[in-house]
Design a binder for this molecule. Structure first.
Ligand SMILES: [Zn+2]
Length: 153
Protein backbone atom coordinates (compact mmCIF):
# COMPACT_ATOMS: atom_id res chain seq x y z
CA UNK A 1 0.00 0.00 0.00
CA UNK A 2 1.32 3.43 -0.90
CA UNK A 3 1.55 6.11 1.73
CA UNK A 4 -0.72 9.15 1.66
CA UNK A 5 1.97 11.50 0.38
CA UNK A 6 2.69 9.28 -2.60
CA UNK A 7 -1.03 9.06 -3.43
CA UNK A 8 -1.47 12.82 -3.18
CA UNK A 9 1.52 13.36 -5.40
CA UNK A 10 0.15 10.95 -7.99
CA UNK A 11 -3.23 12.72 -7.96
CA UNK A 12 -1.49 16.05 -8.47
CA UNK A 13 0.45 14.59 -11.37
CA UNK A 14 -2.76 13.36 -12.92
CA UNK A 15 -4.36 16.76 -12.51
CA UNK A 16 -1.52 18.16 -14.61
CA UNK A 17 -2.79 16.43 -17.72
CA UNK A 18 -5.44 19.18 -17.79
CA UNK A 19 -2.80 21.90 -17.92
CA UNK A 20 -2.65 23.79 -21.19
CA UNK A 21 -5.84 22.25 -22.52
CA UNK A 22 -9.09 23.83 -23.64
CA UNK A 23 -11.58 23.34 -20.79
CA UNK A 24 -14.27 22.44 -23.30
CA UNK A 25 -12.80 20.24 -26.03
CA UNK A 26 -9.78 19.07 -23.95
CA UNK A 27 -7.41 19.58 -26.86
CA UNK A 28 -3.85 20.52 -25.94
CA UNK A 29 -2.56 23.98 -26.89
CA UNK A 30 -0.13 22.32 -29.31
CA UNK A 31 -3.13 21.14 -31.35
CA UNK A 32 -4.93 24.49 -31.25
CA UNK A 33 -4.95 27.33 -33.70
CA UNK A 34 -4.19 30.52 -31.76
CA UNK A 35 -6.53 33.50 -31.71
CA UNK A 36 -5.89 36.34 -34.10
CA UNK A 37 -5.67 36.74 -37.83
CA UNK A 38 -8.36 36.13 -40.45
CA UNK A 39 -11.57 34.63 -39.14
CA UNK A 40 -10.83 35.49 -35.52
CA UNK A 41 -14.18 35.14 -33.82
CA UNK A 42 -13.46 37.46 -30.90
CA UNK A 43 -13.61 41.18 -30.42
CA UNK A 44 -10.55 42.30 -28.49
CA UNK A 45 -6.98 41.49 -29.22
CA UNK A 46 -6.03 37.99 -28.20
CA UNK A 47 -3.65 37.48 -31.08
CA UNK A 48 -1.33 34.55 -30.56
CA UNK A 49 -3.10 33.15 -27.51
CA UNK A 50 -4.26 29.53 -27.78
CA UNK A 51 -6.76 29.89 -24.92
CA UNK A 52 -8.78 32.80 -23.58
CA UNK A 53 -10.33 32.91 -20.11
CA UNK A 54 -14.08 33.48 -20.06
CA UNK A 55 -16.96 32.89 -17.65
CA UNK A 56 -19.57 30.30 -18.52
CA UNK A 57 -22.59 28.67 -16.92
CA UNK A 58 -21.83 25.20 -15.60
CA UNK A 59 -25.21 23.70 -16.44
CA UNK A 60 -27.32 23.81 -19.59
CA UNK A 61 -30.69 25.51 -19.55
CA UNK A 62 -32.27 22.26 -20.68
CA UNK A 63 -31.70 20.90 -17.17
CA UNK A 64 -34.10 23.43 -15.69
CA UNK A 65 -37.07 21.40 -14.40
CA UNK A 66 -40.22 21.97 -16.43
CA UNK A 67 -42.24 22.68 -13.26
CA UNK A 68 -39.94 25.61 -12.66
CA UNK A 69 -40.16 27.08 -16.14
CA UNK A 70 -43.89 26.54 -15.94
CA UNK A 71 -44.23 28.99 -13.06
CA UNK A 72 -41.99 31.83 -14.09
CA UNK A 73 -43.13 35.43 -13.98
CA UNK A 74 -42.43 37.86 -16.79
CA UNK A 75 -39.30 39.12 -15.00
CA UNK A 76 -37.81 35.60 -14.95
CA UNK A 77 -38.38 35.10 -11.22
CA UNK A 78 -40.39 32.16 -9.99
CA UNK A 79 -44.02 32.79 -9.03
CA UNK A 80 -43.84 31.28 -5.55
CA UNK A 81 -47.55 31.39 -4.82
CA UNK A 82 -48.53 29.80 -8.10
CA UNK A 83 -45.84 27.15 -7.81
CA UNK A 84 -46.87 26.14 -4.29
CA UNK A 85 -50.54 25.99 -5.26
CA UNK A 86 -49.66 23.74 -8.15
CA UNK A 87 -46.85 21.55 -6.85
CA UNK A 88 -46.71 22.06 -3.09
CA UNK A 89 -44.34 23.66 -0.62
CA UNK A 90 -41.95 20.72 -0.36
CA UNK A 91 -41.24 20.69 -4.06
CA UNK A 92 -40.88 24.46 -4.05
CA UNK A 93 -38.14 24.21 -1.41
CA UNK A 94 -36.36 21.47 -3.31
CA UNK A 95 -36.51 23.23 -6.60
CA UNK A 96 -35.35 26.61 -5.28
CA UNK A 97 -32.39 24.90 -3.66
CA UNK A 98 -31.54 23.16 -6.92
CA UNK A 99 -31.93 26.37 -8.88
CA UNK A 100 -29.68 28.32 -6.51
CA UNK A 101 -26.71 26.36 -7.84
CA UNK A 102 -27.97 26.57 -11.38
CA UNK A 103 -26.88 30.05 -12.28
CA UNK A 104 -23.33 29.63 -11.08
CA UNK A 105 -20.70 30.64 -13.58
CA UNK A 106 -17.12 29.42 -13.53
CA UNK A 107 -14.06 30.56 -15.35
CA UNK A 108 -12.96 28.47 -18.29
CA UNK A 109 -10.03 28.66 -20.67
CA UNK A 110 -11.39 28.11 -24.14
CA UNK A 111 -9.98 27.76 -27.61
CA UNK A 112 -11.27 29.71 -30.61
CA UNK A 113 -13.49 26.82 -31.66
CA UNK A 114 -15.23 26.55 -28.30
CA UNK A 115 -15.43 30.17 -27.23
CA UNK A 116 -18.43 31.00 -29.40
CA UNK A 117 -20.57 28.04 -28.37
CA UNK A 118 -23.80 28.99 -26.64
CA UNK A 119 -24.71 27.72 -23.18
CA UNK A 120 -26.31 24.50 -24.37
CA UNK A 121 -23.62 23.68 -26.91
CA UNK A 122 -20.86 24.49 -24.45
CA UNK A 123 -22.27 22.28 -21.67
CA UNK A 124 -22.90 19.39 -24.03
CA UNK A 125 -19.55 19.55 -25.76
CA UNK A 126 -17.49 20.03 -22.58
CA UNK A 127 -19.20 17.09 -20.90
CA UNK A 128 -18.75 14.79 -23.90
CA UNK A 129 -15.16 15.82 -24.52
CA UNK A 130 -14.28 15.42 -20.86
CA UNK A 131 -15.68 11.90 -20.67
CA UNK A 132 -14.00 10.95 -23.91
CA UNK A 133 -10.69 12.41 -22.81
CA UNK A 134 -10.84 10.67 -19.43
CA UNK A 135 -11.76 7.36 -21.01
CA UNK A 136 -9.07 7.53 -23.64
CA UNK A 137 -6.45 8.12 -21.03
CA UNK A 138 -7.84 5.48 -18.68
CA UNK A 139 -7.79 8.16 -16.06
CA UNK A 140 -11.10 7.63 -14.33
CA UNK A 141 -10.17 4.16 -13.13
CA UNK A 142 -6.74 5.25 -11.97
CA UNK A 143 -8.16 8.31 -10.24
CA UNK A 144 -10.74 6.29 -8.35
CA UNK A 145 -8.13 3.80 -7.18
CA UNK A 146 -5.94 6.60 -5.86
CA UNK A 147 -8.85 8.28 -4.06
CA UNK A 148 -9.81 4.98 -2.51
CA UNK A 149 -6.29 4.39 -1.25
CA UNK A 150 -6.31 7.79 0.44
CA UNK A 151 -9.75 7.29 1.97
CA UNK A 152 -8.78 3.92 3.35
CA UNK A 153 -6.03 5.47 5.47
ZN1 LIG B 1 -11.87 23.94 -27.36
Amino acid sequence: MKDEETCKKEIEDYAKIFDNRCDCCCRHIDELKPFGGPGDPLAGDFTGLPLVKVYRYDFPKSEIPSEYSDCLKKDGEIDEQRFIEKYGREMFDEITEFMSSFDIVSSYRLCRDCILLDREQFCKKSHESFMEFMNTKGIIAKWLILQKEILSK
